[in-house]
Structures are given as structure tokens and as C-alpha cells.
Design a protein around this ligand. Structure first.
Ligand SMILES: *Cc1c(COP(=O)(O)O)cnc(C)c1O
Length: 373
């Protein structure tokens, strides 16, 4: 928190707007459209809820097919199952670690042969790094399938001067506690079709027909963000660019630290920012193949950090390798699997101090020195 959030929360209390609607909800939605350039936004209770509504708006139902990036957090794929639809997972490419346009095209071609047209394609901007959206959108349009952009990790990232969160037919954001900005829990659905977003707001508030009594012609959901939490969101939006700068500084810190490793014959790889792309660097991640690193594995580094009470985690485990999705179709090779086996998310909080970095680098130094000796 920056301290500015309290003013908004106090205002909500002072005006007694403690409800899933109110001036902060409207204000937060306006902040989001101003920032991203999307025409409309609906503030919701989570990113998962936003994806669920996006699929409902894309008319996804039982037996339908939805294409999804395999290398992601389960929340990207779970709403496909909520709708009784079948996920089809796609491998990553090695540059951005996101949906491989070639594998996407293969999937669409193969599905087309079986007479199946997916209802939606869900690319993800992993750890804040934008996916190859030009290619993905072009392929999606040639098969006339809408793209639902999962920008949960990428608020503050840009793809060719366009903000993430405004790149798909529909886009989602998350303000969960671990994201670059947070409302403790929350999310948003964004798009350029004002009517569609208005429909999302309607579905998110129990689908109440206009009537003096409670009248319902459709199944609704309780997915709206509260006015109190939207107040936190407004305060967070004021410091978003600062948070991005802090995260990017973390990444540069790690990159320059690992130069020492490279000089000692290690080969540590990063998620590279392609030209015309700006990542919020939500998490700083490395790849470490033990064969290229004097036998030092990702797990060895993770465990050495853990022994000093420093949390680091493997990258997301791909969805096509998850027990719950074991029957799903998959297109691609072993890129996502290799990323999972060799990748490590390093401590990446916006509030990392010099002392924190000293502690992290001391553990890493030990590993490098013990190998050289
Ligand atoms: C966090 C996250 C979500 C879900 O957001 P919640 O607000 O936690 O429901 C969806 N997709 C990705 C890639 C995420 O990282």
C-alpha cells in the first residue's frame, strides 16, 4: 500500500457506501479505462470471475472448445470447466514464454478438420511479459475466433504502445494480493464494446431484470467488486507506474548480479523483452539448465534459498501436465515443460530492500563459489 488508499477507504466509510456499487467502483473503472485505453471496464470480485464472465459473453457452453495457453496459472483454464467446455492447451515459444503462434495455428487447423471451431482463445502475458499478440490476433481472426486476453499479471505492460488489458476482444485483470497492484482481492473485465461490458455488470449483480421486485430471466452471479475495495484500487492506480519501475529495477538488479555467474561460466537465461514491448516485470524469473551450469539445478538454487527462509518458486506448472486436465488436447512440443523444469521465480516484491538483495545474493554467491572451488 502507498498510503493513498486510506483516503479513498475513509471516504467510502464517511459516505456510508459499503456496497458492491458506489462512486469508487465507477471511479476505479474510469481509472482502468483511462490507463489501458480500453473503452469500458467492469470492476469484479476476482480475475477468475472476470474470465468466467468473458466466457459466458463469448457464449461458451457445454461441449464447446476453448483454446488456452498451457503455461499459466490454473485460474486461466478453470472457468472453461465451469462452463462445461473442453480446454485445448497450447505450448509456449522460447522468447516470451507465452502462447506459441505456430502451435496455435496447428491447433486451429486440426480442430477445423474435425469441424470444430473454438469459441475463444486465451493467451496469457506470463509474469508481465506480453505474448506475441500481433501473430496471435492475426491467426485468431483468420479462423474468426475471439481472443480473451488474460492480462492478470500484466497491468502496466505495453505491447507496441498499446496497454495490456486492451489487446483482446475482451481482456481481464486481477487485483489479487500477489499482483502488481491489489485490492486484496478483485479483478476487472475490459473491452471496447460498451454494451457487452454493461451486460457483464448485469450478470455480476445476480442478473436482476428492471422491476420493483426481484425478477430474473437468466442465471446471475455475485461477482461485483465492493465500493470499499474499489477505493483501495483507486489509491493503487496512483502508484502503479511507480510499482512497475520498482519491479523493473528488481529485474535489472538480478540481471546485473548474474553477470558474475556468466563470467564464471554459468549460463543463466531470462525472459527477454522483444523489441516494441515493455514488461511490468511483475516477477523476475530465470532459467537454469544444470548441464549448462556446472550441474547446479533450479531445485538446488531454490532449496538453498529456502534454507535461509527466502521463498522462490518454480514457474507455473503447465496445464496439460496437471492431473485435473490430463484428458485435455494439447498442441506443441516440450517448451512449456522445459520452462517448468528449469525455471525459477525469484523474490520480486515491489518493497525489496538493499538488505533483502544482500541476503539473496549471499546465498547465490555461496552456490557459485562452492562450485568454482
Ligand atoms: C492471478 C491470475 C488469475 C486469476 O486472478 P484472481 O484475481 O486471483 O482470480 C488469472 N490468470 C492469471 C495468469 C493469474 O496470474
Amino acid at each position: 500500500m502507498s498510503g493513498r488508499e486510506e483516503n479513498y477507504v475513509k471516504e467510502a466509510f464517511d459516505t456510508n457506501w459499503i456496497a458492491p456499487l458506489g462512486p469508487h467502483v465507477n471511479g476505479f473503472e474510469a481509472d482502468l479505462t483511462t490507463y489501458t485505453g480500453a473503452k469500458a471496464a467492469a470492476a469484479l470480485s476476482s480475475g477468475t470471475a472476470a474470465l468466467h464472465l468473458a466466457l459466458i459473453l463469448a457464449d461458451v457452453g457445454p461441449g464447446d472448445t476453448v483454446i488456452c495457453q498451457s503455461m499459466t496459472f490454473a485460474a486461466s483454464a478453470n472457468p472453461i470447466a465451469y462452463q462445461g467446455a473442453e480446454p485445448v492447451f497450447i505450448d509456449s515459444e522460447t522468447e516470451t514464454w507465452n502462447m506459441d503462434p505456430q502451435a496455435l495455428e496447428d491447433a486451429l487447423r486440426e480442430l477445423d478438420k474435425k469441424g470444430k471451431r473454438p469459441k475463444a482463445i486465451i493467451p496469457v502475458h506470463l509474469y508481465g511479459m506480453p505474448a506475441k499478440m500481433t501473430e496471435i490476433l492475426e491467426i485468431a481472426r483468420s479462423y474468426e475466433v475471439p481472443v480473451i486476453e488474460d492480462a492478470a499479471e500484466a497491468l502496466g505492460s505495453y505491447y507496441r504502445d498499446q496497454a495490456c488489458g486492451a489487446l483482446g476482444e475482451l481482456s481481464i485483470l486481477s487485483f489479487n494480493g500477489n499482483k502488481i497492484i491489489t485490492t486484496s482481492g478483485g479483478g476487472a473485465l475490459l473491452g471496447n464494446d460498451e454494451e457487452l461490458i454493461q451486460r457483464a455488470r448485469f450478470l455480476a449483480t445476480q442478473a436482476r431484470d428492471p422491476a420493483p421486485h426481484y425478477q430474473h430471466s437468466q442465471i446471475g452471479y455475485n461477482y461485483r467488486l465492493s465500493n470499499v475495495l474499489a477505493g483501495i484500487g483507486r489509491g493503487q492506480m496512483e502508484v502503479l507506474d511507480k510499482r512497475v519501475a520498482q519491479r523493473r529495477a528488481n529485474f535489472e538488479r538480478y540481471r546485473s548480479y548474474f553477470k558474475n555467474w556468466e563470467n564464471a561460466g554459468f549460463r543463466v537465461q531470462f525472459q527477454e523483452e522483444p523489441k516494441e514491448v515493455y514488461s511490468n516485470r511483475w516477477l523476475s524469473c530465470i532459467l537454469l539448465e544444470s548441464e549448462q551450469n556446472h550441474g547446479v539445478s533450479r531445485e538446488a538454487v531454490r532449496l538453498a534459498l529456502e534454507a535461509e527462509n527466502i521463498e522462490a518458486r518454480p514457474l507455473w506448472k503447465p496445464m496439460h501436465l496437471q492431473p485435473v486436465f490430463k484428458d485435455a488436447l494439447y498442441f506443441g512440443g516440450h517448451t512449456a515443460e522445459n520452462l517448468f523444469n528449469t525455471g525459477l521465480c525469484l523474490p520480486s516484491g515491489s518493497n525489496l530492500t538493499e538488505t533483502d538483495f544482500d541476503r539473496i545474493f549471499a546465498v547465490l554467491d555461496q552456490i557459485a563459489v562452492s562450485i568454482k572451488a
